[in-house]
Design a binder for this molecule. Structure first.
Ligand code: HEC
Ligand code: HEC
Length: 679
């Protein structure tokens, strides 16, 4: 068949109007005073030259971003050098962030680039509209697309798109290139979809089945088929021009004699159209200020795919009637979808919390099967899913509830009651007397001896609170044999405090000594070495309170360690060793919040509950949470120009008593979502 080229609108660079003065007045003097001495033309330290940076950061984003990160994180100049003035350093970071803004925004996973104070420090006025963008469907949205084209079961469909396999919010606008392997998969998928559509059995599309069996299809029949395919694949009618173009494609191919083949090629071509697999947000007509609101057809996709995986029929109908042209009209549809009884209409709201907390990674951490209890990570994840949905359904104080709720779902599922036809609570994983001999059930991981029939259930007092103490989260942020206080601490630093940690440098042996007679906390003291501590001071003390739990997520009051003396004595009569003996070492669950940026938050904590309660009550942590929601629902990183959208969303949250729906509503009706700059 004819290969269709998937055109890509080139990335649209940011204009750097204020760049020159910012460089002259702010950055250049700072670099000269603090950096160029070591990073000049002769043998620049670390191979990095800073004397020849372009005045416009957009022209060398990589080097400027490195400067910004080093200055923001206080890593450069090195500790033995005079410390730069803090306000000057902040001004440099702010200027670089602003001037690289639009480009940096596309980098996946580079969250918290902009210091929090610059976004929330003072009331923000409306910023410049973001640049137009085109991005491809997410893997989930591609599945949604396929299911709209063909409702039956599709064989042979391969997922063409992947997300970056890293940490953080993954569904980013940065992922817009469709590479060659993906293109080939898309073409093969289009063939498979049209094959299914044109086959009478398995729910083929009646009109298409008829068309391939028609000896001489007329122009009218062909164009009607194109219209139908457009509606299913793209959610809008084809223009007269488009309909004619696709019909001509049929005529060209039918010239070879294979008429059914030509019909299929024509139908496939629609599925490969750019607007079927890309999301286009270029903006419609310019308003008085030169910025452009997304066109109605763009809004259909933008709103539908911000909340779900499919184009929503109600939005498409509104756009067709010219009723998707104002902020209020968008708001009405966002509200409708958020309140929809079908979770599919707004499933990305729930999924945000999986991406944010990443508790679902528990299933990826391999652990030995414990002898005395059942470790079933999939069920642990399902329990936390249920808890998230429970908190979202109440939609009050959502952030604080998620962090501090004392209740939990425990080994929970539902089963239909044959008499009442209702879904009754049921124990999900039931121990099998043959396979699970001597093992306690999944509930034991939560600290309960019996499965609680009423759920969510209160857990034993003073043991655990909220998602970070759910066994799923603890297992997700653990290793095969141990807790992982470093990565847990990093999570808290980034996701709750809005801080950053420079990446682990290549070549550093990131290992704690393998001394089974010492506690993990004690072994982790290797990172107190100054060369390590400059980074690890941002993580370790935030993660160590979670030593309260073992690496399966069980509450404990002591940490078992090897007892070398007792092990040496543990021999049979002939002196043959009988195996290791453990003793209980004293458990230390203390930690510290330091350098959070909020003086009220900083200070020592006694245990993980203390840590989480303190954070949950903080304005800053709540705002950081809103920043993450922004990234997820707008599909890009925030820039300085988004300060107002962020502040409005935060205000909507507090004024509504902590409604997450209010946050999503504010984000999806913000200028940052609705408008694009002129091209
Ligand atoms: C006293 C000398 C000295 C001064 C002053 C200095 N640096 Fe460095 N810089 C180094 C050395 C040595 C390295 C390489 C080793 C390292 O990363 O610690 C380095 C590395 C870097 C790197 C690369 C880091 C990486 O991880 O790739 C950047 C970027 C950098 N410096 C920026 C700056 C900036 C910005 C300033 C001024 C605010 C500055 N440096 C001041 C000595 C210096
Ligand atoms: C430039 C910052 C930086 C420096 C310097 C650094 N680390 Fe780390 N380290 C990290 C980060 C970031 C992580 C978390 C990696 C991740 O998220 O997977 C980490 C993780 C670790 C871990 C845990 C590995 C795991 O599986 O979770 C250990 C142990 C560790 N580092 C030890 C050290 C030691 C020892 C030194 C000094 C010799 C050191 N690090 C220096 C940033 C650093």
């Amino acid at each position: 068949m004819t290969r269709l080229v998937l055109a890509l609108v080139p990335a649209l660079a940011t204009s750097a109007s204020a760049a020159d003065t910012g460089f002259r007045d702010t950055a250049a003097p700072f670099l000269t005073a603090h950096c160029v001495k070591c990073h000049g033309p002769d043998k620049p330290a670390g191979g990095v030259r800073l004397d020849d940076l372009p005045a416009d950061p957009a022209k060398d984003v990589e080097r400027w971003a490195a400067v910004r990160d080093q200055v923001r994180d206080g890593l450069m100049p090195p500790a033995k050098e005079p410390k730069p003035d803090a306000a000057q350093a902040r001004a440099v970071v702010a200027w670089v962030s602003g001037a690289t803004g639009a480009k940096a925004a596309r980098l996946p996973n580079s969250g918290n680039l902009i210091p929090h104070e610059l976004l929330f420090g003072k009331p923000a006025a409306a910023g410049d509209a973001p640049a137009p963008r085109v991005w491809r469907l997410s893997p989930d949205a591609y599945v949604g697309f396929a299911s709209q084209v063909f409702r039956g079961k599709l064989n042979g469909l391969v997922q063409p798109f992947t997300l970056i396999p890293e940490r953080g919010i993954k569904d980013f606008a940065g992922l817009y290139a469709i590479d060659e392997p993906s293109t080939e998969i898309l073409v093969r998928n289009a063939e498979a979809m049209v094959e299914a559509q044109t086959t009478a059995k398995n729910d083929g599309v009646r009109e298409f089945v008829t068309l391939v069996n028609t000896a001489e299809p007329t122009r009218v029949q062909l164009e009607a088929a194109v219209q139908l395919q457009f509606k299913m694949a793209i959610g809008r009618a084809a223009t007269a021009d488009e309909a004619a173009r696709f019909a001509r494609l049929y005529e060209k191919c039918a010239g070879t004699g294979d008429r059914p083949g030509a019909v299929k090629t024509m139908l496939q071509a629609v599925l490969l159209k750019t607007d079927a697999v890309y999301r286009s947000e270029l903006g419609g007509k310019a308003d008085g200020t030169g910025r452009r609101m997304l066109a109605p057809a763009e809004l259909v996709t933008a709103v539908s795919l911000a909340l779900g995986d499919k184009r929503d029929a109600g939005l498409a109908a509104a756009a067709a009637k010219g009723e998707l042209a104002t902020r209020e009209q968008v708001a009405a549809h966002v509200g409708r979808l958020l309140d929809s009884p079908r979770e599919a209409d707004r499933v990305r709201v729930f999924r945000f919390f999986r991406e944010y907390f990443e508790y679902d990674n528990a299933t990826d951490v391999f652990k030995d099967k414990p002898k005395t209890f059942i470790h079933e990570p999939r069920q642990l994840v399902a329990d936390t899913d249920r808890l998230v949905r429970h908190v979202l359904a109440a939609d009050r104080d959502v952030f604080r509830e998620l962090l501090t709720t004392p209740v939990s779902f425990v080994n929970y599922t539902t089963k239909e009651n044959k008499q009442t036809r209702k879904q009754d609570p049921a124990r999900a994983v039931v121990p099998n007397p043959n396979n699970n001999k001597g093992q306690a059930g999944v509930e034991s991981v939560y600290g309960l001896e019996e499965w609680p029939a009423v759920q969510p259930a209160a857990l034993p007092a003073n043991t655990r609170l909220g998602v970070l103490m759910q066994p799923s989260w603890l297992a997700a942020w653990s290793t095969n044999f141990d807790n992982d206080p470093v990565r847990r601490g990093r999570w808290v630093r980034e996701r709750l405090l809005g801080g950053t940690v420079p990446d682990l440098p290549i070549g550093v042996a990131a290992q704690v000594p393998d001394d089974p007679h010492r506690t993990f906390r004690d072994r982790l003291t290797v990172t107190r070495d100054a060369a390590c501590w400059k980074c690890h001071q941002r993580m370790d003390d935030l993660g160590l309170p979670f030593e309260q739990f073992d690496h399966y997520g069980r509450f404990r009051t002591a940490e078992p360690v090897l007892d070398p003396e007792a092990t040496a004595k543990n021999v049979d009569k002939k002196g043959k060793p009988l195996g290791p003996v453990h003793r209980d070492a004293k458990l230390d669950t203390t930690g510290t919040v330091a350098d959070s940026g909020d003086p009220k938050l900083d200070g020592p904590v006694t245990d993980p509950r203390d840590l989480v309660r303190r954070i949950a009550a903080s304005d800053r942590a709540r705002q950081v949470f809103v920043r993450h929601a922004f990234r997820y629902f707008l599909g890009r990183n925030e820039t300085l120009a988004d300060a107002k959208a962020l502040q409005d969303a935060d205000r909507a949250y507090t004024e509504s008593g902590g409604s997450f729906k209010a946050v999503v509503m504010a984000l999806l009706t913000s200028d940052s979502f609705l408008y694009r700059s002129g091209m």
